[in-house]
Design a protein around this ligand. Structure first.
Ligand SMILES: *Cc1c(COP(=O)(O)O)cnc(C)c1O
Length: 411
């Protein structure tokens, strides 16, 4: 039997507790959605004010050089590389994750020209499959997109598979792939491995280079706290950097953008993955989020995330027994990422009732209540409080109120 006092005790021993003050979270909110939109770092508004007023306002176009705007994608890429466990000059910040999936996949296929299959998961994040499908159609070379169940991935890699394209952490269930072992299975069959780290970058040590992953992509606005629509990152293993050719080209990826040459010559290394002009304001905000993440020990972040997850499951089972919630995430902490999902037939109105009471998580269709655990901001006491609110909503059937039935555009 867990008590409120047990959770308060964990807070007093929490080495990450001081990180909370470095974020600007509103009072009265328990934020369980940092896996979808990371909270605002306290230092971001001032940084943006400087970039806008001084660098843009006073510096004007000179700031591309004087304020180093042009180097932001590579400079922040190097910082993300540290978070991922990758060497410098292997990560660039550019575009959206959707576009980086497209770029990584095209590059991987060009490295395996004799193979015609791309292996993905049936339940993967849809944009990755949409992007892959559209690229394969555009290429018109008869590539096949093969979708299999997550547990069948390793056994489905045959000699015709050019690459696997997988989410490290499943956005719905939170199930975590063993990145190194699936990559090794791909390599054993001559295939490449592309990883979508949207739900793991910044949430756990990844050891990306050591895992031998070939390509990786991820979001800037989830556990990296870069803000809504923050640009994405793309990683290419060092051993591929000389050979890699991206399927899309733009002037910022040219070897000499300001030579304005009539034909394309790729820049050396990861810089060739850039297309157009970098979004400076978004990059400035992203850098603040990354710097915050770099200031925390990722092993401690992961340890707290695992503990928060274990406690959330235990508390829900203790306090919400008979409430109709079914655990969807793996029970074993080592097999999941940093969010916990439950299914419930009334998932939508229950979540609306939670949000109305300041407990913010989200819903994934059709019936999934998803709770992101952000170790940098979440306290154990808040976890207790969140479950107490959930238990009351279920016990009193507050979710039946008409106000909670309306569907929104964004869930
Ligand atoms: C959030 C998420 C994305 C989002 O892609 P955008 O292009 O940034 O909108 C892609 N893949 C996965 C696995 C995600 O979780």
């Amino acid at each position: 039997m867990l008590t409120r006092a047990d959770l308060h005790r964990l807070d007093s021993d929490d080495a990450l507790a001081p990180m909370r003050a470095r974020f600007a979270l509103p009072d009265g909110v328990i934020y369980l959605d940092g896996n979808s939109l990371g909270p605002l770092p306290a230092a971001t508004p001032a940084r943006l004010r400087t970039v806008i007023a001084e660098q843009w306002g006073n510096g004007l176009i000179r700031s591309w050089n004087d304020a180093g705007w042009i180097d932001l994608p590579g400079r922040i890429g190097d910082k993300i590389a540290r978070l991922l466990g990758a060497p410098p000059a292997t990560v660039i910040v550019a575009d959206s994750t959707t576009l980086n999936v497209t770029k990584a996949l095209g590059a991987a296929l060009a490295l395996r020209p004799d193979r015609r299959a791309v292996l993905m998961e049936t339940a993967g994040f849809p944009t990755d499959a949409y992007a892959a499908h559209s690229l394969l159609t555009l290429m018109g070379q008869g590539h096949e997109l093969r979708l299999v169940a997550p547990e069948a991935v390793a056994a489905s890699i045959g000699p015709e598979v050019a690459c696997v394209l997988l989410s490290h952490v499943d956005y719905r269930t939170g199930r975590l792939h063993d990145l190194a072992s699936v990559t090794a299975s791909a390599h054993a069959h001559g295939a490449l491995a592309i990883w979508d780290l949207a739900h793991s970058a910044g949430a756990m040590p990844i050891g990306l280079a050591a895992s031998r992953a070939d390509f990786a992509v991820g979001c800037g606005y989830k556990f990296l706290n870069g803000g809504p629509g923050a640009p994405s990152f793309l990683y290419v293993a060092e051993r591929w950097l000389d050979a890699v050719r991206f399927p899309l080209a733009g002037w910022l990826g040219h070897a000499a953008p300001f030579a304005f040459e009539p034909s394309y010559r790729p820049a050396p290394g990861i810089a060739a993955a850039q297309l157009g002009t970098p979004p400076v304001l978004s990059l400035a905000a992203l850098e603040v989020g990354i710097d915050l993440a770099l200031g925390a020990d990722l092993a401690a972040v992961r340890a707290k995330s695992e503990r928060l997850g274990d406690l959330l499951i235990a508390l829900v089972e203790q306090e919400c027994a008979g409430g109709g919630l079914t655990l969807l995430s793996p029970r074993e902490a080592a097999r999941r990422g940093s969010h916990i999902s439950f299914t419930h037939a009334q998932a939508w109105p229950i979540m609306q009732a939670l949000i109305a009471r300041g407990v913010i998580g989200d819903v994934r269709a059709p019936d999934i209540l998803r709770f992101g655990l952000t170790p940098l901001t979440l306290s154990y006491a808040q976890l207790w409080q969140a479950v107490a609110v959930l238990a009351e909503i279920l016990r009193e059937a507050h979710w039946r109120e008409p106000a909670y039935q309306t569907r929104h555009k964004v869930t």
